[in-house]
Design a protein around this ligand. Structure first.
Ligand SMILES: Cc1ncc(C[n+]2csc(CCOP(=O)(O)OP(=O)(O)O)c2C)c(N)n1
Ligand SMILES: [Mg+2]
Length: 343
């Protein structure tokens, strides 16, 4: 009798655990979809209107890259810190979820996140720990190492994530930063977002090595690789990275691949320049991160209505922010003298 009871309680407990796991996985994947969909549709909004020439900023679209920033940001704690690059729309949107300041900045308006003074290449959100991005390749990597050193010194438990492209691997600043982080055993995650291109040059023609993870693994740090376009997979990889950083007090280098759908800068597809061909795009598009994630939600028993409802809400948010930004005032001539520092 007792045995029977304990077996059925055990069985019931396992069922409950399985149901709980399913619920948590569904919640996680809904949140990831929210992120990738927001990024995709915000950038599609830019693509739709860029030719009107009201957004004077250069724009480096991150369409195709959504899974990386969504997965990494989902795994981070609220107080963790990030640094990015000029291709920073996705990172900004994944970290903040906000679009008012974002669009106003692209339009160069007073209500923008930098009062319209920086445009799209210097996105940041100090209150969300997104401490900066830069138009100059690899320049935020040493700054991220400095922030990580400060965190270690203060013992505040924060991890810094430094995002950069494969082009940064050819910069001395990357190697100096990696070396310093390893020597000082800093809590930092380096994320190399590899699209195999620096503007129009393929990594094969620029890099005298076949595997960056191989080289980095010779440093006193952890080294991970992934080419999945599934944000859930990137989320788990980031969790592994953060766990290793915390438990071993060593930095981690994460090499992740993605396909850049559009031109280096601007809104054109680059097939017209003939350095890439459409077949390659089609191969990657089969595993497009946004479509993949939507399909996964259906597999996880989310209803079409639930997903469509979320999409409508996101589109409403984007449209509201976009038109509000368009109608906002430009900075005044006097504003030029504000937030300018002199020693
Ligand atoms: C130090 C420096 N050198 C050159 C450039 C010109 N430049 C701008 S973007 C870019 C390509 C960088 O490629 P990658 O780091 O892979 O980033 P992606 O554009 O692919 O995201 C180059 C060479 C620059 N901005 N800074
Ligand atoms: Mg690149």
């Amino acid at each position: 009798m007792c045995d029977f009871l304990s077996i059925s309680i055990k069985g019931w407990g396992q069922d409950l655990l399985a149901t709980l796991n399913d619920m948590l996985r569904k919640k996680l994947n809904l949140e990831l979809y929210q992120k990738v969909y927001l990024i995709r549709m915000a950038e599609e909004k830019i693509r739709e209107h860029y030719h009107e020439n009201d957004m004077k900023t250069p724009t480096h679209l991150s369409i195709g890259e959504e899974a990386v920033v969504a997965g990494v940001c989902q795994a981070l704690g609220k107080t963790d810190q990030l640094f990015g690059t000029y291709r920073g729309h996705g990172l900004y949107l994944a970290r903040t979820g906000e679009t008012d300041l974002f669009f106003a900045e692209l339009f160069g308006k007073q209500t923008g996140l930098a009062s319209g003074k920086t445009g799209s290449m210097h996105l940041h959100s100090i209150e969300n720990g997104y401490l900066g991005s830069s138009a100059v390749v690899a320049t935020t990597i040493p700054v991220a190492v400095g922030a990580s050193y400060a965190n270690k010194y203060q013992g505040n438990g924060k991890t810094v994530v430094s995002f950069f492209g494969d082009g940064a691997l050819e910069e001395g600043a990357f190697w100096e930063s990696l070396n310093a982080a390893c020597v000082m055993k800093l809590p930092i995650l380096f994320v190399c977002e590899d699209n195999e291109l620096a503007i129009h040059s393929f990594s094969k023609t620029r890099q005298g090595f076949a595997s960056i993870t191989d080289i980095v693994s010779k440093f006193d740090c952890h080294s991970l690789y992934e080419n999945s376009t599934d944000p859930e997979c990137i989320y788990h990889l980031t969790q592994t990275a953060l766990d290793r950083i915390q438990t071993t007090s060593k930095p981690c280098f994460m090499h992740v691949k993605y396909y850049r759908y559009y031109e280096h800068v601007g809104i054109q597809t680059d097939f017209q320049y003939e350095y890439r061909n459409e077949d390659e795009f089609k191969k990657w598009f089969e595993k497009d991160p946004v479509r993949l994630q939507r399909r996964k939600l259906i597999d996880l028993c989310c209803s079409e209505e639930e997903i469509a409802g979320m999409e409508t809400e996101i589109m409403d948010q984007i449209n509201r922010s976009f038109y509000r930004a368009k109608e906002s005032p430009f900075p005044t001539a006097q504003d030029l003298y504000n937030d300018v520092y002199k020693t």
